[in-house]
Structure formats: structure tokens, C-alpha cells
Design a protein around this ligand. Structure first.
Ligand code: CAA
Length: 458
């Protein structure tokens, strides 16, 4: 079996803004946020949380849940748009914090870098770790090969990788991006014979071009956003990457049915800057797929329909109605289970596509559906701009990894912020942290030389 995601742990800040408080304070209609955008809550980091504390806490949760010791891990890569230093990688901050729990020097054998390519970087980090394991590099120089608890980790498996995606989506107060804010970290255990998703080999399709849809020049705390253009870039780039993915998947035999290609996909895990984005991107992909399908059904008349659809008058309208109907069904079955995390957390940039995956697993497992063998397609977009589409198959052991859920436990004990508290946090005027922290890493202080001091709050 190909390597992939064995387990996922999340860290979501306890503090959040409710969309109703937000809508009333900004004089935006609640219906727009709830129905037009799909947002319900936005996770907001406290004054003692940053991308490093979120990443380290998610990683600690993952290690504890799987009874891992540092020697089982060969690399920790972190994808983020919120690096804390122009040189020092986020991984070193995280290892520094983890060593407060596991002992000084316990991660010194580990490699790891910080990945930056806007929101798409999490997917790149994951694919690189999967390739590292598939190539057998993770077994090089191996001394200790066992999980701490015997019986669950075969010696041949070598070291595991951990991929973390950690981000804070912060926009200017009063800007249209403000209601798509969010924060959180996703830590993934990458192994051979994974329980959650084994990634298909040779199917990933990457596209890239030079765009200024959303960018954050050095020194800016919030991005410069060309909102409508960013939606167009997202949809076009993801559709292009999907076309490449389709070609690769058919060529490798990962998917066999070229005439009902999307029928062979059980779930779409999109990068979701806000929940409604999945619907927009799906509609674009299905429009192309639909033309392919109809062309196949109509045989020699297909090109006429494809190229001169307008000439078909009422028939064309009928086709459009059928297409929309079909896309609504596909959305309900294959995308809707993925949006619950984004609706309650907001945009988490690099981790968003994996929050979609975790939401699918939780939602469908709770609905008692049998998931083993189901194919998930990942559609990852990064402004600037690039997209990658790839796929995987849910493993036999998924229920064991999901346990009592991935997303819901990370949202327990949350605290609703008043808009005044939120405003003070946004403007960095909060003197003391708003919430008391238990069982997580926190930022204690920053010194005049750019050093950050962290502690573990038991
Ligand atoms: N009831 C129901 N729906 C309503 C409504 C009401 N009363 N009022 C408005 N709506 C609907 C609108 O019809 C619209 O729906 P459609 O998109 O289906 O047409 C939707 O609500 C949004 O309304 P607007 O078009 O008026 O949206 P806006 O001008 O407020 O901006 C946005 C939306 C461009 C996404 C903005 O929030 C933004 O700039 N966000 C940040 C950038 C972003 O997330 N871009 C996404 C692609 S880039 C990316 O993915 C990378 C990344 O992570 C940032």
C-alpha cells in the first residue's frame, strides 16, 4: 500500500467570534454571512498564541494520541503563511517546545523545513513526506524502529513523518476578507500502511502562474486582497489542475471510468477559504465534466453541442437545468460533509484542505457510512497562484484513527468573544491573555533581540 495519512490531530484556538455578533457590528446582513458565505464562527488566536504554539500543540496531541516517541519520527515539516522569522524555520520553534515535554535533544535526529507557497504549501509538504516514505529514505540509518506500544508498528515501517499546517488568517478590520478569518493547526502522521488515507501514486497535477490575487508584502500583518480576482484565480487554477489530475488518474489506472469520472470520486476535499467556495469550484469542474459526458452520450453530435451550445436554444436550457440539478446532488453527497470544520473555524490557509478531509471523515463516520476503499480527491489552491489536485483511498483502519472524532473534540470548551474583546485582540491592545490555557503551549514573552519564549501550560 502507498504511504499516506495515518492520523490527524487539530489545534483550534478556544476563542471565537460568532457570525451574528460580527454581522450586527459591521452592519452586514446575517443572511449574507450564513447563506452567501457559509460562515458561523471564526477562531481567533489569543494574545499568547501564534503559529508556533498552535503547531506544537497539534503535534503534541498527535504524538500522545499515537503513543509516539521522538525517535519514531524522522522529519517534521511545517507549512505556513505565518512564519515568525525571515530565516529560522517554524520547525525549530516547535521542536524547542516539544523538547520541554520529551527532554532536551530528543528531536536532534529529526529534519524539517518550513514550506511557503500560500495555502497550497500544506499539500506540497504532505506529498514530499509521502514520497520520502515511498522511496524508502525513511529507513536509512534507522536505529530505533518500534512504536512505544508494541504490536502496532511493524519494524519494516521505518520512521514516520509529521506534516503540520499552521496559520492565522487575519484581514483588515472592515474589509470584505474580515468575515473569512480563522486560525488553527493540523498535524498529520504520515506512514506506510496508513489508516486514514493512502495517497494514489503518480496522479498529482500541479499548475502555477504569476498572479496578484492575494499577497502579503514583507512587513505587512494583513494581506492585500483583490477579492473577486482571487475567486476567479482559484476556480481557474483548480479546474486546470483537475484536468491534469484526470489525465494522470486515468493513465495510471487509479480511476478507470473516463465517461463518468466524477462518479468514481466519493469525496472532494477542497481548500475552503469560506464554506461556499467549494460549491463554486465544484460547479466549474462539473460544467467541464458534464460537457465530456454529454459529448460521449451524443457521439458524433457531441462537438455541435460543445461548441455551439447556444444554437440549441431551449434544449441548451434544459441541459443547463440538468447540469445544475446534477451539481446540487454531487455537492450534497460529496462536498457538503467537508464544510463543517470551515464553517466553525474559518479559513486556516495551509491546513484548510486537511480540515475538509477531517470533516468528511467525522461527518460520514458519524452517519455510520462505511468508508474503507472510498476515494477522496484533494483540491488545494494557493494564491499567487498555484493549485494541486491529487487523490487517495480511505484505509481499513480509519475508524480506529478517527476514535471519538477529529474536529469536534478540538472545538470543545470554546469561548465566545465580544466584539470589543475581538477588536482589542485584532489591534494587539490586549495586555493579558483572554482565556486560561490548559494542556497547550503558550507564548510567554518576546525579547528585544527577536527571540520568543514559550512554555507548556499543564
Ligand atoms: N443573503 C444571501 N446571500 C447573500 C446576501 C444575502 N442577504 N447578500 C449577499 N449574498 C451572497 C452574494 O450573492 C454572494 O454569493 P455568490 O458568490 O454566490 O454570488 C455572496 O453572498 C458573497 O457576496 P459578495 O459577492 O458581495 O461578497 P464580498 O464582496 O463581500 O466578498 C470575498 C467576498 C471576495 C470572498 C471576500 O470575502 C474576500 O475578499 N475574501 C478574502 C479572499 C478570499 O478568500 N478569496 C478566495 C479565493 S483565494 C484563496 O482561496 C486563498 C486564500 O485562502 C485567501
Amino acid at each position: 500500500m502507498e504511504a499516506g495519512i495515518d492520523d490527524i490531530a487539530l489545534f483550534i484556538p478556544r476563542l471565537y467570534v460568532d457570525y451574528r455578533d460580527f454581522a450586527d457590528a459591521r452592519s452586514v446582513s446575517r443572511e449574507k454571512l450564513e447563506k452567501g458565505i457559509g460562515v458561523k464562527q471564526m477562531a481567533i488566536p489569543d494574545s499568547d498564541e501564534d503559529t508556533a504554539t498552535m503547531a506544537a500543540t497539534a503535534c503534541l496531541r498527535l504524538m500522545r494520541k499515537n503513543n509516539l516517541s521522538p525517535k519514531n519520527i524522522g522529519r517534521i515539516d511545517i507549512a505556513t503563511e505565518g512564519g515568525l522569522d525571515e530565516s529560522k524555520p517554524l520547525t525549530t520553534y516547535v521542536i524547542g517546545m516539544l523538547e520541554q515535554v520529551y527532554g532536551k535533544g530528543s528531536f536532534q535526529h529529526c529534519m524539517g523545513v518550513e514550506y511557503k507557497s500560500a495555502c497550497v504549501a500544506g499539500s506540497r509538504a504532505l506529498l514530499d513526506s509521502v514520497n520520502w516514505i515511498n522511496s524508502g529514505e525513511n529507513k536509512a540509518g534507522l536505529v530505533v524502529r518500534h512504536r512505544e506500544s508494541p504490536g502496532t508498528w511493524a519494524p519494516s515501517e521505518g520512521r514516520a513523518a509529521i506534516v503540520i499546517a499552521s496559520d492565522i488568517a487575519k484581514y483588515d478590520i472592515g474589509s470584505p476578507g474580515e468575515y473569512t478569518q480563522g486560525a488553527g493547526a493540523v498535524a498529520m502522521l504520515v506512514t506506510e500502511n496508513p489508516r486514514l488515507v493512502s495517497l494514489d501514486r503518480g496522479v498529482a497535477s500541479w499548475v502555477m502562474q504569476d498572479d496578484y490575487d492575494f499577497y502579503r508584502p514583507h512587513g505587512h500583518e494583513t494581506p492585500i486582497v483583490n477579492g473577486k480576482h482571487s475567486l476567479d484565480c482559484y476556480v481557474e487554477q483548480v479546474a486546470r489542475a483537475f484536468r491534469g489530475f484526470k489525465g494522470n488518474a486515468l493513465q495510471t489506472g487509479a480511476v478507470k471510468n473516463s465517461h463518468d469520472f466524477t462518479g468514481a470520486i466519493d469525496y472532494f476535499a477542497f481548500h475552503l477559504p469560506f464554506p461556499k467556495m467549494g460549491k463554486k469550484a465544484l460547479e466549474r469542474i462539473l460544467a467541464e465534466e458534464y460537457v465530456d459526458e454529454i459529448t460521449h452520450i451524443l457521439g458524433p453530435f457531441g462537438p455541435l453541442l460543445t461548441n455551439e451550445r447556444d444554437m440549441l436554444g431551449d434544449k441548451s436550457k434544459l441541459m443547463e437545468i440538468l447540469r445544475i440539478k446534477k451539481s446540487e446532488n454531487v455537492f450534497r453527497q460529496k462536498v457538503e460533509p467537508s464544510v463543517i470544520g470551515c464553517a466553525h473555524v474559518g479559513n486556516i490557509y495551509t491546513g484548510s484542505v486537511f480540515l475538509s478531509l477531517a470533516s468528511i471523515l467525522d461527518t460520514e463516520h458519524n452517519a455510520r457510512k462505511s468508508l474503507a476503499g472510498r476515494r477522496v480527491v484533494f483540491l488545494s489552491y494557493g494564491s499567487g497562484s498555484s493549485a494541486v489536485v491529487y487523490s487517495g483511498v480511505i484505509g481499513e483502519g480509519y475508524a480506529d484513527a478517527i476514535g471519538r472524532g477529529i474536529v469536534a473534540p478540538a472545538l470543545e470548551g470554546r469561548q465566545r468573544l465580544s466584539m470589543e474583546q475581538y477588536g482589542a485582540l485584532h489591534r494587539k491592545e490586549t495586555k493579558e491573555p483572554v482565556a486560561e490555557k490548559r494542556d497547550q503551549f503558550v507564548l510567554k514573552s518576546k525579547d528585544g533581540e527577536g527571540r520568543r519564549h514559550y512554555a507548556y501550560n499543564k
